[in-house]
Design a protein around this ligand. Structure first.
Ligand code: T3D
Length: 264
């Protein structure tokens, strides 16, 4: 039972997994301010809930998210307004994806376009249905990629493919996205819920402290020198070796049993 009542998304917790389901299917889960605010709140709720070990972000009605609700800006917007809008609504969400010390999986049933694709890219892992499509749609309406797309995309697929997507604005299908390294897994559309559950169950079984430190180290390592990274890994490993979960893992290894990690 959520402490917050959401109007534009569905928030559910089951088996240590919080699922955030964007719920504006009539416009492919387009993002308006209220939905963005609710995504931020839901991410925070899942972060604080100690029973939650993994988050899933997905969309209702066969789409992931079509990006900014274009009806909102149909009347025009000033430079200052767009700055404030990005600062107040998009950037807090994107930063939250990275700062939450738990795995975040984007489960992508259909189209992920514009800032909707940016949200999928901000997740740690992506599992896509064969029906998924990815589009850097910004250029089609004379805009530039935002909400982290120019950060995440070249890191995932390289600058040439990122430019191809951003300049041409063409959609790519799930298999192409997989072959480019943009998604981790592609599954049949009707298998997406079960495959997501299987994946998140495995992630939820992991030792939470080590899982959190791995997320921190991997992202930090992408922006640091080798020497800095070696030092940072050393510090994290010093914290990991003294956890009860490490002892649990060792005992399970020698006993040839499955470890049950508690996060201590
Ligand atoms: O400060 C700021 O916020 C600036 C930030 C901007 C960030 C951005 O995200 S800019 C990019 C915004 N997104 C787009 O430009 C994508 C627009 N949508 C599309 O190009 C296509 O809809 C898709 C490629 C995503 C899917 O195409 P298709 O053929 O599967 O569906 P459709 O028929 O185009 O869409 C279905 C309905 O959803 C349709 O409404 P209708 O005709 O049934 O009443 C369509 O208008 C509506 N819809 C789709 N995307 C949006 C939308 N309505 C509002 N905003 C949308 N983004």
């Amino acid at each position: 039972m959520s402490a917050i009542s959401y109007r534009w998304l569905v928030y559910q917790v089951a088996d240590s997994v919080a699922t955030i389901r964007l719920n504006r299917p009539e416009n492919l889960n387009a993002l308006h301010d209220e939905l963005l605010r609710e995504i931020f709140l839901a991410l925070g709720e899942a972060e604080r809930d100690v029973s939650v070990r993994v988050l899933v972000v997905t969309g209702e009605g066969g789409a992931f998210c079509s990006g900014q609700d274009l009806k909102v800006f149909a009347g025009g917007v000033t430079e200052e307004e767009v700055h404030r809008h990005l600062d107040d609504f998009y950037h807090p969400v994107v930063r939250k994806f990275r700062s939450i010390p738990k795995p975040i999986v984007a489960a992508i049933p259909g189209v992920a376009a514009g800032a909707g694709m940016s949200l999928a890219l901000a997740a740690d892992l992506r599992i896509a249905a064969q029906t998924a499509r990815f589009s850097q749609a910004f250029v089609r309406i004379g805009l530039v990629p935002d909400s982290g797309s120019t950060y995440f995309l070249p890191r995932l697929i390289g600058p040439a493919r990122a430019l191809e997507m951003a300049w041409l604005g063409d959609g790519i299908d799930a298999e192409t996205a997989k072959s480019w390294g943009l998604v981790n897994w592609v599954v049949a559309a009707d298998e997406l819920p079960a495959s997501t559950k299987e994946l998140t169950a495995r992630l939820a079984e992991g030792p939470p402290l080590a899982v959190a430190m791995i997320k921190q180290a991997i992202y930090r390592g992408m922006d640091e020198t080798l020497d800095d990274t070696l030092e940072f890994e050393k510090r994290l490993q010093g914290r990991a070796v003294v956890t009860a979960d490490h002892q649990t893992g060792l005992k399970a290894f020698f006993a040839k049993t499955r470890p049950v990690f508690t996060g201590r």
